[in-house]
Design a protein around this ligand. Structure first.
Ligand SMILES: Cc1ncc(C[n+]2csc(CCOP(=O)(O)OP(=O)(O)O)c2C)c(N)n1
Length: 472
């Protein structure tokens, strides 16, 4: 793997801090960086005061949406019915810098934003001055393999859920590059706090995919050992793991260790107070944590444009640390940017926010029907930016992989799918008392009482069944 030169500057300008454990941090202010760092924030844009709206003159765009008529038209119309303030007020463009006829637009700061990219959707390599990265053919093929196998695990899980073998599955379809790129940027001793959709990150941390499915089959509490993989258990309470990661990172810094921490979360999680609290603590304590937000543009049925008035990565500026937006469907850019952010955190300069701009091509979970709120043209647009197709095009056009390679990978993918299928289908139900384990590390009298009561309740069924069998 080609070593990545770490960017020399930081935002906001601070003295260069010594590596953790190398003594106290300096308190003076250092010279400003010679050239803007890759994640330097643009000059703040002052928002003009909002125009005053006479009470009752018209509905504010922030007012609750009017209900759609039952049995109304399909997705496109239905969605605009929910999101439009009045029939005569056009919605602002979802592109932040695009022109809008919205009369309330002056309330929104117009912020331009750069999307860091190293591989175009057509599979062409492009350079970025802040993120020089030149992976060799082996590394490119390995990233491709990770993405293909992760997608296979995901597809297999969706199918198994449809067959009644899993209770639920949150698909990562389309987010493979964001996860594999960022996951591969982490060192083994870096600690990772996922949400519930990080199957690709789990894969690169060598978590057996069967363990992921165990959780969604209800046959285990997570099943993998977080300490073994430095990969925490999945967290379904939105945003809470961002606080855990920050606290853990503060501990890492206090220990003077050289590791960093990554917290994964979605765009919807940025609306949670937990995430704001974590950002502030991390900033104030210079915690070595990288906040990796996969902006897949939907928090279930709530689109990102209705969640935030500014691009998400720009929120970091308000907390006093840098934020960057990377093309989340570009595995190379995700890897290079995350590696730079981890270096930044490790060197004692504090947290960074990465917004990986991507798209959830599948449903939120197998319980969701995105056709009720999402436009099929939008999905088609993102299918053309598929992260796996993108790297595949590059490998083919540059002659970095031949057809034998792709065929061998397809065979490996089949075998992995079969293994996952077979093991999940034959997975034994756990003993009922299992659910009481792990509630407290050292046990608890009340939990023990509940366990005994539940066991007696279960045994009552067994004895009544035996009694019935004894009847003549
Ligand atoms: C604290 C909390 N509130 C609400 C929910 C219900 N919920 C589950 S997923 C979800 C949307 C999450 O969206 P996002 O953070 O963008 O992540 P994504 O699922 O899109 O990856 C919500 C609101 C929850 N699990 N936890």
């Amino acid at each position: 793997m080609t070593p990545k030169p770490s960017p020399s500057a930081t935002w906001p300008p601070r003295p260069t801090a010594p590596a953790r454990g190398a003594g106290p941090r300096p308190t003076g202010t250092g010279p400003p960086p010679a050239r803007p760092p890759p994640w330097a924030c643009p000059a703040p844009v002052r928002a003009r005061a909002p125009p005053r709206t006479p009470r009752g003159a018209r509905r504010s765009p922030r007012s609750p949406p009017r209900p759609c008529s039952p049995g109304g038209p399909p997705s496109r119309e239905r969605r605009s019915c929910v999101s439009r303030a009045t029939p005569t007020t056009p919605r602002p463009s979802p592109t932040y810098a695009a022109a809008s006829t919205d009369p309330h637009e002056s309330r929104r700061p117009r912020m331009t934003t750069e999307l860091i990219q190293l591989l175009t959707p057509e599979g062409k390599r492009v350079d970025h001055p802040g993120y020089a990265f030149d992976p060799g053919p082996d590394q490119l093929r390995s990233l491709y393999r990770d993405m293909v196998l992760t997608r296979r695990i995901d597809a297999e899980a969706v199918t198994l859920q449809r067959q009644g073998e899993l209770a639920l599955w949150p698909s990562l379809l389309g987010q493979e590059a964001a996860q594999i790129g960022s996951g591969r940027a982490a060192r083994d001793d870096d600690r990772i706090f996922p949400s519930y959709r990080e199957h690709g990150v789990a894969f690169v941390r060598d978590v057996d995919p069967v363990h992921l499915l165990t959780l969604f089959r209800g046959a285990g509490h997570g099943s993998w050992d977080p300490a073994e993989h430095n990969f925490h258990t999945y967290t379904l309470v939105i945003g809470s793991q961002v606080l855990h990661a920050t606290g853990y990172a503060m501990g890492v810094a206090k220990d003077g260790a050289d590791a960093a921490v990554i917290a994964y979360f979605g765009d919807g999680a940025t609306s949670q107070g937990d995430v704001a609290e974590a950002f502030n603590f991390a900033a104030v304590y210079d915690a070595p944590v990288v906040f990796f937000c996969q902006n897949n543009q939907w928090a279930i049925s709530e689109s990102n444009e209705r969640q935030s008035r500014v691009p998400l990565h720009q929120r970091a500026r308000g907390f006093g640390f840098p934020g960057v937006r990377v093309d989340g469907n570009d595995v190379l850019a995700c890897l290079a940017v995350t590696r730079a952010a981890l270096d930044h955190a490790r060197s004692g300069r504090g947290p960074m926010l990465i917004e990986a701009y991507t798209y959830r091509m599948g449903a939120h979970t197998t319980s969701d029907d995105p056709t009720r709120y999402r436009d099929s043209a939008e999905v088609a647009e993102w299918e053309a930016k598929d992260p796996i197709l993108r790297l595949g095009r590059h490998l083919r056009s540059e002659g970095l992989a031949d057809e034998a390679y792709f065929a061998a990978l397809a065979t490996e993918s089949e075998a992995l799918g079969k293994r996952v299928r077979d093991l999940v289908r034959t997975m034994p139900d756990p003993p009922h008392a299992e659910m009481f384990r792990h509630v407290y590390a050292d046990g608890h009298a009340l939990v023990e009482e509940e366990r005994a009561g539940f066991t007696a309740y279960q045994e009552a069924f067994a004895s009544s069944a035996a009694g019935e069998a004894d009847q003549p």
